[in-house]
Design a protein around this ligand. Structure first.
Ligand SMILES: CC(C)(COP(=O)(O)OP(=O)(O)OC[C@H]1O[C@@H](n2cnc3c(N)ncnc32)[C@H](O)[C@@H]1OP(=O)(O)O)[C@@H](O)C(=O)NCCC(=O)NCCS
Length: 289
């Protein structure tokens, strides 16, 4: 048992003492302050110099922060395009309506971003040729985005968490460790901001993303439809995954189900994900990755 749990006050019979109204309010205020503080921070990436650059597997890229309500037009277009390229297939017929939701979410003031930019000092003759100097080359900066994470600080079941709304890497840059690097950064941001967990929603049809998150040791949250009620789980096309960092988040998101359900629920679901063939169904709520 974790130290914090051992210290929790108990009644004379050993059962846990119910918190008073004052304690509950105090906790609520403290949690609200944590979220406010995290949201007020302008640049979360600045705290982690080791994550400003990623150089691995032939990929050299730079990370930078962004805010939903300050995105330049070209960046908004880029996000929309990449979402379409990566997500149209797993969403299937739901894509047109989901695309609208995502366009709204993308520019919300609560939306925080980490962008991945590839910088290449390529040489181009294009401009020079236009000017008639076709014998020389001129250096031009061809920086371009190749992926991003959209995350927010929110309350889930009264626990402050980082919710990953989107994690998107361009197909040409996938499989090189960048997705994992971005999630590691998000986890560090969550811990540094004293959030209890990182949470996200994945479509059941998105087998590749499921396998990726399982590899990163994310588990199906007890708030995921299938774990709230197996019948509801069958109706829904998404699962909620989490990684927890403290005991309250763990008890709310990982352990909050009766032992019988846990025995069938979790193990079978994980196996089911890796064995599942690619479907094309998908209805997601507001919080989607
Ligand atoms: C899912 C996604 C973000 C993963 O990013 P990525 O950069 O391709 O993944 P990485 O190269 O960092 O892989 C990290 C680890 O996960 C594993 N992994 C990645 N994809 C996997 C897959 N499909 N199956 C099994 N393992 C996988 C890698 O082998 C690697 O393991 P290692 O650390 O032992 O080498 C990326 O593929 C993507 O953008 N997909 C399309 C959009 C999407 O589905 N986003 C998620 C929405 S919920």
């Amino acid at each position: 048992m974790a130290t914090a749990e051992k210290k929790r006050p108990r009644g004379s019979g050993g059962e846990e003492k119910r918190p008073s109204r004052k304690e509950i309010l105090g906790r609520k205020n403290a949690v609200g302050e944590l979220i406010k503080k995290a949201v007020a921070m302008k640049d979360h990436l600045a705290q982690f110099p080791g994550f400003h650059k990623f150089e691995r597997n032939g990929l050299l890229v730079y990370l930078e922060s962004g805010h939903g309500n300050q995105l330049p037009l070209l960046t908004r277009k880029y996000i929309q395009n990449l979402l379409k390229v990566n997500m149209e297939e797993p969403y299937g017929i739901e894509w047109p309506s989901e695309e609208k939701v995502k366009r709204r979410q993308m520019v919300a003031p609560e939306a925080r971003y980490i962008f991945v930019r590839q910088s290449s000092n390529a040489f181009s003759t294009k401009n020079i040729m236009k000017q008639g100097h076709n014998s020389t080359h001129e250096a031009c900066n061809e920086d371009r985005l190749i992926g991003f994470v959209h995350y927010r600080f929110v309350l889930e079941e009264d626990v402050p968490v980082v919710y990953v709304y989107e994690l998107q890497v361009e197909p040409s840059a996938q499989g090189k460790g960048l997705g994992k690097f971005l999630m590691e950064l998000i986890e560090l941001i969550a811990c540094k901001s004293q959030m209890g967990a990182v949470m996200l929603t994945v479509q059941k049809a998105n087998n590749l993303a499921m396998a990726f998150y399982m590899k990163l040791r994310y588990v199906i949250s007890s708030t995921s439809p299938s774990r709230v009620d197996p019948l509801i789980g069958l109706e829904k096309n998404y699962k909620i995954l989490c990684k927890t960092f403290e005991s309250e988040a763990k008890s709310k998101f990982e352990l909050k189900m009766d032992p019988g359900l846990r025995a069938i629920g979790f193990g079978v679901e994980v196996l089911h994900i890796s064995a599942r063939s690619n479907g094309a169904d998908g209805v997601l709520g507001d919080e989607t990755a």
